[in-house]
Design a protein around this ligand. Structure first.
Ligand code: G3H
Ligand code: 13P
Ligand code: NA
Ligand code: ZN
Length: 328
């Protein structure tokens, strides 16, 4: 069934686990996520970004997720709008059938310029007001995703602040988080701890100075009843990069958020972990390999099948590591 995010995150908090929230753009990704969830009996959060809506169209995304709910009636599914840039966008998603929305007021409506605290509180409150009235959950964001290593927002594909950020903007302040949650009554809070979207997060395996899991603990100590969200949380597995390189791809050296660091975060209130890049890497590697090994084949089903299988393996690994297997 379609459920609200709040239901799943409350259950996750009660049983001390975390839920991966996978971005979806097409049929094969939706199927991969559902097959993985069914195999390990995990609840599902699927989310659509503005880019996904632009690529697939809201109607296709909605019906793909509805199809998943119909095909897997025993699995609870959240249909979440990722990084909503305004109350109007969130309202549109709700009208279209989403059961959860993110109002990302950490940035202005352009999705690039860091906003004032007052702006963020105001737009988030507005979205909470109309969403809660009809049982829709709201994720908010305080702080900006960005690399503590380089000071860059580090987004290569369109979601996130542009250019250079202050160190303090890239680390959510625990006292401000407490005030923010009190003023907005959001259901979940995305925090900034040094991660960024995309494949190029860190130039080395991250240590505490550039991936601030300590900050998760400090925020959780301040607001123990708030569900925390980690964005930019792909692990960028070296073996997936290697497959892409082996079959003609050009991926520079890069490191993601290690699964064991996320597992630490889950011990301190992280309940939703956003993952898009890892699925992209898995599918691209599988398709490159298939194309290389089968130069005469041209049926999309033939190369989408191994891509879907590779994505499924990533999803299963995250469901198991984050402790949500068996929780559906
Ligand atoms: O929020 C970031 C996700 O990776 C979505 O990326 O805007 O390319 O769909 P996208
Ligand atoms: P990744 O780019 O690390 O997969 O992050 C996705 C994300 O945060 C979507 O909101
Ligand atoms: Na989100
Ligand atoms: Zn994000």
């Amino acid at each position: 069934p379609l459920v609200s995010m709040r239901q799943l995150l409350d259950h996750a908090a009660e049983h001390s686990y975390g839920l991966p929230a996978f971005n979806v753009n097409n049929l094969e990704q939706v199927q991969a996520i559902m097959e993985a969830a069914a195999e390990c009996d995990a609840p599902v959060i699927m989310q659509a970004s503005a880019g996904a809506r632009k690529y697939a169209g809201e109607a296709f995304l909605r019906h793909l997720i509805d199809a998943a709910i119909e095909a897997y009636p025993h699995i609870p599914v959240v249909m979440h709008q990722d990084h909503g840039q305004s109350p109007a966008i969130c309202m549109g998603a709700i009208r279209s059938g989403f059961s959860s929305v993110m109002m990302d007021g950490s940035l202005l409506e352009d999705g690039k310029t860091p906003s004032s605290y007052e702006y963020n509180v105001a737009v988030t409150r507005e979205v909470v007001k109309f969403s809660h009235a009809i049982g829709v959950s709201v994720e908010a964001e305080l702080g900006c995703l960005g690399s503590l290593e380089t000071g860059q927002a580090g987004e290569e594909d369109g979601v996130g602040a542009e250019g250079t950020l202050d160190h303090s903007q890239m680390l959510t302040d625990p006292d401000q988080a407490a005030d923010f949650v009190k003023q907005t009554d959001c259901d979940a809070l995305a925090i900034a701890i040094g991660t960024s979207h995309g494949a190029y997060k860190f130039t080395r395996k991250p240590t505490g100075d550039i991936l601030a899991i300590e900050r998760v603990k400090a925020i959780h100590a301040r607001i123990p009843n708030t569900h925390l969200v980690m964005h930019g949380s792909s692990s960028v597995p070296q073996e997936l990069l290697e497959i892409i390189r082996q079959y003609g791809g050009d991926m520079k050296e890069t490191y993601g958020v290690p699964v064991e660091e996320i597992v630490q975060g889950i011990k301190y209130g992280v309940r939703k972990i956003n993952i898009d890049t890892d699925i992209r890497l898995a599918m691209t590697g599988a398709i490159r390999k298939f194309m290389f090994e089968n130069p005469s084949k041209f049926d999309p089903r033939e190369y989408n099948k191994p891509a879907r299988e590779a994505a499924k393996l990533v999803c299963k690994a995250r469901y198991e590591a984050f402790g949500c297997a068996g929780m559906a």
